[in-house]
Write a protein that binds this ligand. Structure first.
Ligand code: HEC
Ligand code: HEC
Length: 352
């Protein structure tokens, strides 16, 4: 009798312990679990190790939901009209199409093209010049930026703290913790870490589910010959800073990486962006100077580029037929599922 009472007490205590662990981890049945499984799968398929430190910010459904609401909330900007989602649209792989340079509060024009957002867990640095080195801090920059959302960080925190919906969501995401800016930023990062693009035609080819057409295959060979040293498979990007031979933009001078390192060698270098989803992320380059992919391919033709400071032995030569083939290959990098995932869209069910 005594023993069973004792056992019963142990079970109750264990139950409480599990409950605490479960709450601490948050709910991971839905989006968080799906993302977790996808990351595992990609690793098994030979994708590189992720860079993001998930241990410091484990994904939970409640954290992702909070991040999603913050991402689409225009009231967190100076004029109440601009959210992250205004410049990063899910239907275009989170790029801002038709805008060369970004547009923020009061229609203020930024100086760079808003990049697409996906597969961010593999990035060592962020922004065209690598100014930011962790995803967790990245959001501070657009919120406080004069040309983006232009809200002081204390004002941002206060607006979120006042809102009862946020209070409840925060309690689920980070139980028992007072609301803090770093945690809110981490919630946005959690949402962004569910932007995983890995279901393009190229991915199906890699998984031997389909075969490329002869034209796509020719384009793939050209890509491997001329583009792959910078835009590396399977992410089609890299953390290196390079020049792809763009003539400096006189109207909006931007010297890229040198602004961060102050090393003259880095003048005119920009981080190599991903070619995934380029079909939908126009315009192209840090200043959005090219409206179409055929302009981009013309730019590359007959060009000798340096990679990590070393001139390549041969120039890139692309005949007009080659350009058609290469374009066919680039279109295999579009992930039609990714741009339609409901859970990545504005939770209010409409988009500006
Ligand atoms: C006014 C338009 C605008 C708004 C609003 C905006 N962004 Fe951006 N975003 C940009 C531009 C432009 C860049 C590139 C900046 C640079 O390179 O200096 C960028 C870069 C980024 C990057 C880096 C991507 C990479 O691969 O380097 C992330 C992540 C990001 N934004 C997330 C956000 C989040 C989260 C918010 C809301 C808190 C937000 N953005 C609000 C325009 C915007
Ligand atoms: C020397 C490294 C290098 C090589 C080789 C290279 N690129 Fe790039 N690419 C870059 C860099 C750096 C950028 C960003 C430049 C900027 O915005 O200033 C870029 C940008 C792009 C963009 C625009 C992406 C966007 O989101 O705006 C496309 C498309 C592109 N490259 C395609 C190609 C193709 C196709 C090839 C092969 C024919 C190629 N690149 C070869 C370094 C390279």
């Amino acid at each position: 009798m005594k023993r069973s009472v004792w056992l019963f007490a142990v079970f109750v205590l264990m139950g409480c312990g599990m409950f605490v662990v479960q709450r601490g981890r948050g709910d991971i049945r839905g989006r968080a679990r799906k993302a977790f499984i996808t990351y595992q799968q990609l690793k098994a398929e030979g994708w590189p190790e992720t860079v993001y430190l998930f241990g410091q910010n484990p994904l939970s459904d409640a954290g992702i939901a909070l991040g999603r609401k913050l991402f689409y909330d225009e009231s967190l900007s100076a004029d109440g009209k601009v959210s992250c989602g205004s410049c990063h649209n899910s239907y275009t792989a989170f790029a801002h199409v038709d805008h060369k340079l970004s547009h923020g509060v009061y229609d203020r024009e930024g100086r760079r093209n808003a990049p697409a957002l996906f597969n961010l867990a593999w990035s060592q640095s962020f922004m065209w010049d690598g100014a930011i080195t962790t995803l967790d801090n990245q959001s501070l920059s657009p919120i406080a930026s004069h040309t983006e959302m232009d809200l002081s960080l204390p004002a941002f925190l206060e607006r979120v703290q006042r809102d009862t919906t946020y209070q409840t969501m925060y309690r689920h995401a980070f139980p028992g913790e007072p609301m803090s800016l770093p945690r809110l930023m981490q919630a946005i990062a959690q949402f962004e870490l569910t932007f995983i693009s890995q279901e393009s035609r190229y991915d199906s080819m890699r998984r031997h589910q389909i075969a490329f057409t002869p034209q796509e295959q020719k384009g793939y060979e050209l890509y491997k010959l001329y583009c792959a040293d910078c835009h590396k498979e399977p992410l089609f990007r890299s953390d290196a800073f390079e020049s792809n031979g763009l003539f400096p933009n006189i109207q909006f001078p931007d010297w890229g990486r040198v602004e961060i390192t102050r090393n003259p060698k880095d003048s005119g270098l920009f981080r190599v962006p991903s070619l995934r989803n380029v079909e939908v992320t126009y315009p192209y380059m840090h200043d959005g100077r090219f409206a179409t992919l055929s302009q981009v391919l013309k730019h590359y033709s007959l060009r000798t580029l340096k990679i990590q400071g070393v001139y390549q032995p041969k120039p890139i030569v692309l005949s007009s037929n080659d350009r058609v083939d290469l374009l066919a290959f680039l279109l295999t990098l579009t992930d039609r599922q990714f741009v339609q995932v409901k859970e990545l869209q504005d939770p209010r069910g409409f988009q500006k």
